[in-house]
Design a binder for this molecule. Structure first.
Ligand code: TRP
Length: 372
């Protein structure tokens, strides 16, 4: 067996390497944004969400808004509703059909256009899932075990359920590589916490090419595109997340939105200033308000100034209510139109994804000399 066929483990990560690679990814993002603006047709985005609940404000500012922006720039967008990922760390996936429907409604209401973008689910694309087998052979257990995101999720699952991690949790970064590579995605918008996963995808693409397609690389090594906005905090001051119960869902009513921001944490300083390190809760409100009014957090802070946190909350509440009004109206319209349209959108996306996945798996079998 040639040595290139053995998975090479990267050297042990040095302390601080995560921050360094995050900084490098940010720098690369600036370069990429420039390239995308000039040549959107060169890129195919693959990204997605676990269907664990309706989407919230953190999704819109962190990921969903960015996807719609990329789509509207003319980039081809593939969105995976990662249903198999729901069962990485829980036995009960909840009412999946209902959740998938809510996520679809959120995507479409946020501006995702099913004529230009492709929405599909893991479970409906068998050839994508089959790529997991050859890909698993390209990584070592040690590499899987030291993935920091998997480690964090494993710890959380352990605390929650007091039991060991599932094989699927350990290997889902490889499954995610299949998500990205089946369609030859070359651009993955991610948060910095997902960077280790993308590194794994790049490693798998590289090793597959070395082993089976040395003359002509088959898979691209995709780039991470770091989302422009920062993490949105929930009403308790921690990162907004459905499971923490601190999220403002996109589908919430105006009254719920008003009540949500009334509860939001602030601090004791009278004058409003934008200082993300020292005043995270205030900075968060300023970021949210700025997003919806098309200004910067600094300018908004100056505008509110000595009027204080009460005034800031009023301004932000109004901005969010107004800003989400069109999205919520579209969402209600889609929801009341009945399940037919949503089912069609998904069927069309699944059909497109299947056509591409079948072709890729076919190529992979040829490259691996598995044609009989
Ligand atoms: N892991 C992502 C999440 O937690 C969802 C996801 C599945 C994904 N496959 C992907 C993201 C591939 C980017 C690329 O929501």
């Amino acid at each position: 067996m040639p040595t290139s066929a053995t998975p090479h483990e990267p050297s042990t990560p040095v302390p601080g390497s995560t921050t360094r690679s995050a900084a490098a990814a940010r720098e690369r993002t600036a370069v990429l944004e420039d390239l995308i603006a000039r040549n959107p047709g060169e890129y195919r985005v693959l990204t997605g969400d676990r269907p664990t609940g309706a989407l919230h404000l953190g999704h819109l500012l962190g990921t969903v808004g960015n996807r719609v922006r990329l789509q509207n720039l003319g980039v081809e967008v593939f969105l995976i509703v990662a249903d198999y990922q729901v069962i990485t760390d829980r036995d009960d996936a909840g009412d999946l059909p209902a959740t998938v429907r809510e996520v679809l409604l959120d995507y479409l209401a946020a501006g995702l256009d099913p004529e230009r973008s492709t929405v599909f689910t893991h479970s409906a694309v068998p050839a994508l899932n089959q790529l997991l087998l050859p890909f698993l052979s390209l990584v070592t257990v040690a590499e899987l075990e030291r993935n920091p995101t998997v480690k964090a999720e494993a710890e959380a699952a352990l605390l929650r359920q007091k039991r060991g991690i599932s094989g699927l949790l350990l290997t889902y970064p490889v499954h995610q590589a299949a998500d990205i590579l089946f369609c030859h995605g070359n651009l993955v918008p991610v948060g910095v916490d997902q960077l280790p996963h993308l590194e794994m995808t790049r490693t798998i693409a590289r090793r597959f090419n070395q082993r089976y397609a040395a003359a002509r690389p088959y898979f691209p090594e995709p780039d991470a595109l770091i989302a422009p906005s920062t993490t949105v905090l929930g009403s308790d001051g921690r990162r907004m997340s459905k499971s923490r119960g601190n999220a403002l869902e996109l589908r919430a009513t105006e009254d719920e939105t008003v009540a949500y921001f009334r509860r939001a944490r602030t601090d004791a300083d009278r004058v409003i200033t934008y200082e993300p390190e020292r005043r995270p809760e205030i900075a968060n409100l300023l970021q949210v308000g700025a997003y919806f009014t098309g200004t910067s957090p600094e300018v908004l802070a100056d505008e509110v100034g000595s009027a204080g946190a009460g005034r800031l909350k009023t301004v932000v509440t109004e901005a969010v209510v107004e800003g989400l009004r069109p999205l919520r109206a579209r969402r209600r319209e889609l929801a009341s139109a009945g399940p037919r349209h949503l089912a069609e959108v998904l069927a069309q996306g699944n059909a497109r994804a299947n056509a591409i996945a079948d072709r890729t798996l076919d190529d992979v079998r040829t490259l691996m000399n598995m044609r009989y």
